[in-house]
Design a protein around this ligand. Structure first.
Ligand code: CA
Length: 240
């Protein structure tokens, strides 16, 4: 497994557990990433200033400055505002997930995680950052969205969506793997100044799922409990 393209994306690992850092660095390098390490938040911020990474893996529990605080500080700097951040966390409390998303993390991985899962999430976040999708067709796994023609197909089968479902799905497709809160999805599909109960999003997600998912096909939309939704392309089948 290698990262996309011939250039190795540069990933900064911010974590104070040495054993985990070693494991992460080993696996990411094997997967084709260039890796740097920082053991605390202050060091990480200095390193990011020197050279902006393509992505930061940021542990929540760090000495001195917490991961969530590092995340907030990064977002406050104009030159780093859009830096992709995946938070590593042992916390599974709902309030913490929401805090993390509000603090500006692009995605979350809860410990313990598998390296394959982590690398898939990193690649998903990077694909969003590097829109190789300059064409008019967004392709995600077996799903195709012809943006010009407003047509969606899954495994060649036409998918019929209403205009709101289409906008919602398009937003999710443009940011694969990223978790959005209901409020963020409302802004994206309905516009920022519309006052609708965020629960309405659930109704539209149900309709999208019904339209997209045929029998025996994996659900492409991930529900993140108490946080929101994300789009995950159907995983490639791997013999194991
Ligand atoms: Ca830690």
């Amino acid at each position: 497994m290698t990262a996309q393209g011939t250039i190795s994306p540069y990933v900064l690992i911010v974590e104070d557990e040495a054993a985990l850092v070693t494991l992460l660095a080993y696996n990411l390098e094997r997967a084709g990433f260039e890796v740097a390490r920082a053991a605390d938040g202050e060091e990480a911020l200095l390193m990011m200033e020197e050279r902006a990474p393509d992505l930061v893996l940021l542990d929540w529990m760090l000495p001195a400055v917490s991961g969530i605080e590092v995340c907030r500080r990064v977002r406050r700097r104009t030159e780093l505002k859009n830096l992709p951040i995946i938070m590593l966390t042992a916390r599974t409390e709902e309030a913490d997930r929401v805090r993390g998303l509000e603090g500006g993390a692009d995605d979350y991985v809860t410990k313990p995680f598998s390296m394959n899962e982590l690398i898939a999430r990193i690649n998903a976040v990077l694909r969003r950052l590097r829109p190789a999708l300059s064409g008019e067709v967004l392709k995600r796994g077996d799903l195709e969205m012809d943006v010009g023609a407003h047509k969606v197909r899954r495994a060649g089968r036409p998918v019929h969506l209403g205009p709101t479902e289409y906008r919602l799905l398009r937003h999710l497709l443009e940011h694969p793997g990223r978790v959005f809160t209901r409020e963020q999805l409302l802004d994206a599909a309905w516009g920022p100044n519309v006052f609708i109960d965020p629960r309405t999003v659930d109704v539209y997600i149900r309709r999208i799922r019904r339209a997209l998912n045929a029998k025996d096909t994996p659900d492409l939309i991930r529900t993140v409990r108490s946080a929101g939704y994300a789009f995950d392309p159907a995983p490639e089948r791997v013999a194991s």
